[in-house]
Design a protein around this ligand. Structure first.
Ligand code: ADP
Length: 274
């Protein structure tokens, strides 16, 4: 018997029409997703953290009035976590469907965030859903479930950016239609920061300039650079009244590095730019 504490699943969300997620398209990703959805092709969203992958899935789900079930994968995430397990309830042993089985039965979008982090058996479990069979085999029950016509699999993947990163096997990648997410052009990113937080255009632009400056400082050897998410965080702090320089330091500089010299150098740079 297994416990259920190893999985991180967000509750199923059906985004209501009043709360349309704000998503600013960067390229032709909306069009690609529309066609992938129409053909129920699995999608792989590649790109660094904070580039809008999750927001994009939420936005597309809203467009198609689909529910999303999100699973944030980590090194312990196994196929059992996704498919389901027997649990003890009182004196009984009952079967509980996992998020993948729920999505397959109900016809939701299953979003596997950071799929490469999960255990290899997760990839095996989704194989038959990513090809013409579109079915899920539940080995513990000895049954096969045909996917609901609206079921769609979306996964995200952050391509190797640090030591010890996990790659996705080519045979797995080939099961998906893949889209690359990058940091947007300054004009678009300024609009995202502004719309997302209500910060004025001038300051939003300065934040984006800081981000681009730091993104180009490749010699610093940062494992991750400034994401749109960090800019949005900084903008929110400024908007709520925290001084600009302090906001930039705590939302942009400090999350990037623990190296004292680099922190000081980046803080000095940002102080001049904000
Ligand atoms: P990821 O899933 O790639 O790590 P998220 O989708 O969580 O990134 O994006 C982080 C934040 O950045 C979002 O909450 C949103 O505020 C902002 N963001 C990034 N890209 C966009 C975009 N194209 N349109 C709207 N907001 C965006």
């Amino acid at each position: 018997m297994e416990t259920t504490d190893t999985i991180n699943i967000k509750p199923k969300t059906k985004i209501s029409s009043e709360e349309i997620p704000f998503y600013k398209p960067i390229d032709r990703e909306v069009e690609v997703f529309q066609h992938a959805f129409k053909n129920r092709l699995p999608m792989l969203l590649k790109g660094p953290t904070g580039t809008g992958k999750t927001r994009f899935v939420e936005f597309m789900a809203h467009q198609f009035e689909q529910s999303i079930i999100t699973v944030s994968c980590h090194e312990e995430t196994s196929s059992t976590d996704l498919i389901g397990r027997y649990i003890i309830k009182g004196a009984e042993t009952i079967w509980v469907d996992g998020p993948l089985t729920n999505a397959v039965k109900e016809g939701a979008i299953l979003y596997l965030d950071e799929i490469a982090e999960a255990r290899p058996d997760v990839v095996v479990a989704i194989h038959s859903l990513t090809d013409h069979r579109k079915e899920l085999y539940i080995d513990k029950l000895g049954i096969t479930v045909k996917a609901h016509p609206d079921f769609m699999l979306v996964a995200s993947f952050n391509p190797g950016y640090q030591k010890g990163f996990k790659e996705l096997k080519p045979s797995t990648r080939q099961r998906f239609v893949a889209l690359s997410f990058k940091y947007p052009e300054p004009k678009i990113e300024t609009e995202i920061v502004q719309t997302e937080t209500g910060l004025d255009k001038d300051t939003s632009k300065k934040l984006v300039n800081i981000a681009n400056k730091i993104r180009n400082l490749t010699e610093l050897g940062l494992t991750e650079t400034v994401s749109t998410r960090l800019l949005v965080d900084a903008a929110m702090l400024i908007n709520s009244g925290l001084p600009k320089r302090l906001s930039v330091k705590v939302a942009i500089v400090e999350p990037l590095t623990d190296d004292l010299e680099i922190t000081q150098a980046l803080t000095d740079l940002c102080d001049l730019m904000i």
